[in-house]
Structure formats: C-alpha cells, structure tokens
Design a binder for this molecule. Structure first.
Ligand code: G3I
Length: 324
C-alpha cells in the first residue's frame, strides 16, 4: 500500500463519504469482509436487504432482520447509510402479482410500503434512493407496474410520502447508464426537471456508474454532474464498479482500472460531489460474478479489493486522489 492511512481515514479527513454496498450474510460470517467494511468505508448501502422482495416475505409481514443488521452495524461504527431502494420494478416479492390488484390498491400498497420502511429507519437512514431506474434505456419512461398503475406521478407520490415520514432524509432518484451526457441522461435530466417543476421533494440524483466493458468519458461525467447541480440537485456516485470485456483485459488491467477509479474520484472532488459508493467490497462478492450471463461478458474483478479482500491498485489510487 502506498499510504499508511486507510481509505476511511483519508475520506474522513477530506470530508468525503466513501461507501460500499454490503451483504448481511458476509457481514455476519466473513471476518475479513467485516473488517474491511468497518475500517475502509464510512458509508454503507444494503445491496439487496432494503428492496421490497427481501423485506416482504408475505403480503401481511415484513422481515427487517437483514436490513436492521446492516443499519445497526453502520450506526455502531459511526457510518452513514444510503437506503436502497423504495420503488423499483425488480426484486419485488415472488408472491406479488400486480394483476391481483386494482390501480388504486397498487397505489395504497406502495404508499403503505414507503411509509412503513421510511418510518422504521427515520433518523437512521440518511439518504434514500426513493425511485430506482424509472427511465428505460431508450429514454422513454419505463413501463413498470407502478407506471402502469399511476403514470409518471408514481414518482411524485413516492417522494412526497417519503418526505412526509422523514423530512430530514435526503431523497434521491437513482439510475444506471446516465453517468455521462447521453440519450438516457438527457431523459433523466428532463424527468427531474419535470419533478422539480411540479414541486416534488427530490434532493438529488444518483449516478450508478457501473462501468462494464465501455467506460464513460470523465469529462462528460463532469459535465453531466454540473448540469444536474445547475437544476439545484445534489449528485452522488452510487454503485460504482469497473470491469473489462471478458477475454479482453489488457496486461496492465489493474493499473487502468485504478486510473479510472482515480479519475472518477477527481471528478467528484472537482465538481463538489461528496459521496461515492462502490458496489461491493471484494471481487468475490461482486454481483457481476452471479448475475445472468455477466460473468461471460465482463471480467469479474471490478472492485477495490480482490477475492481475498486484499487491496488492489485501485484502492491505492482512490486514496491518492482523496489525499491529493
Ligand atoms: O437471496 C436469494 C437466495 O435466497 C436464492 O437462493 C438465490 C438463488 O438465485 O437468489 C438470491 O437472491 C439473489 C439476490 O441478488 C441476493 O443474492 C437474486 O437471485 C439476484 O437476482 C439478486 O441480484 C441483485 C440484483 O441487483 C437484482 O436485480 C444483485 O445482488 C444486486 O447487486 C443488484 O443490484 C442492482 C441495484 O440494486 C440497482 N442497480 C443495478 C445493480 C446491479 O444489477
């Protein structure tokens, strides 16, 4: 390691929130994982535990066990929590069949879910990804169960309900593929402008930054961040990981990956973005290893720590950037 300070110490000194998505089982059972989370990061996002599916084992019950474990760990270790996510079209409960419900029932269901979850974590979750991935890849509004039932105003209501229950929490819209200036980020920009025009209490936009195969251009990321800020929104990098196309990693892949991480941290510092979350601790836990056919499409080594949770060149690079 080039630095004798941990990432967490360096981030704390800089006043920067450097976060990580965590899995409750690994946090309970894997000693080196738990130590890395505690020592290297000052912000946590439950990778799955706060999504509707994991939280709702049956229509009448909630299971907050895993989410509580993560939130309690964060509080015990003086970390912030990004709550991910209240409204999404994926990872709904298996028993949840939208056609069993009328549109009004779906709206009541969503309101009750948001009120219950935000209420439970009032004052312990600092930031909520209220709505996740509402825009489709072609820039149209994604036709989800919530959109079909309520039209675009499902976003308005979701933010309003969350705000009513916890006026102190920062409320975010979060999406992938909208990191740089492109058709999708144009559409996200337009959507957020409409929400703000309607007085919806949205505080910020989360750019996920899954840099898989093709990595967005950093100047364009900076320009994109600045236009959202000009709307009056805060911006955070919420789910970063960096992989090469499978079978096409160059010999100096670890150094190139490190350079991209460094560049993104520098973009954050230059633009006043104060939060960057990586989507997992070590490569062994990356979602890319297990999600659909992604392990055939991308190298499975997108994070700051390797399969045994040892720091990689990317780790040194982000410390250098934060320390610079
Ligand atoms: O927990 C069950 C387990 O009980 C079951 O035996 C096993 C069998 O498949 O599945 C387990 O659930 C999996 C879950 O991850 C927990 O590991 C799901 O199948 C799997 O689909 C789920 O994947 C998650 C994915 O979201 C779902 O779309 C990834 O871990 C998670 O990293 C990923 O995160 C998303 C963000 O929320 C939004 N942005 C994109 C990002 C990456 O896709």
């Amino acid at each position: 390691m080039s630095s004798d300070k941990s990432l967490r110490q360096t981030a704390d000194e800089r006043g920067f929130n450097f976060g990580v998505a965590v899995d409750p089982d690994a946090l309970r059972n894997d000693v080196s994982y738990r130590a890395r989370v505690r020592d290297e990061f000052n912000t946590l996002t439950p990778e799955n535990a706060l999504k509707m599916g994991p939280l709702r084992p049956s229509p009448e019950t909630y299971d907050f066990g895993d989410a509580d474990a993560i939130v309690n760990f964060a509080r015990a270790n003086d970390m912030d929590v990004r709550g991910h996510t209240l409204v999404w079209h994926n990872q709904t409960p298996t028993w949840f069949q939208p056609w069993d419900y009328t549109d009004d029932q779906l709206e009541r269901f969503l309101r009750e879910h948001i009120q219950t979850v935000v209420g439970r974590y009032r004052r312990t979750v600092d930031v909520w990804d209220v709505v996740n991935e509402a825009v489709a890849d072609d820039g149209t509004m994604r036709e989800t169960v919530w959109y079909d039932a309520m039209g675009e105003t499902y976003l308005d209501r979701a933010f309003e309900w969350a705000h009513e229950v916890d006026p102190e929490a920062d409320l975010y819209y979060n999406d992938y593929g909208a990191d740089a200036i492109n058709e999708k980020s144009d559409a996200v920009y337009d959507l957020l402008e409409r929400l703000l025009d309607r007085g919806v209490p949205v505080d910020g936009v989360g750019l996920q930054l899954h840099a898989l195969g093709e990595w967005p251009d950093c100047e364009s990321i900076a320009e994109n961040i600045r236009r959202f800020q000009a709307l009056g929104l805060d911006v955070q990098i919420t789910e970063m990981d960096v992989a090469f196309p499978a079978g096409e990693a160059p010999e100096d892949a670890p150094q190139r990956q490190a350079a991209f991480y460094r560049d993104v941290v520098e973009v954050c510092l230059d633009t006043g973005v104060d939060t960057l979350v990586t989507w997992g601790v070590g490569d062994a836990n990356s979602w890319i290893r297990v999600f659909r056919d992604f392990s055939e499409r991308y190298t499975g080594d997108p994070l700051l720590f390797d399969d045994r949770n040892r720091p990689k060149p990317a780790y040194d690079a982000v410390i250098d950037a934060l320390d610079g």
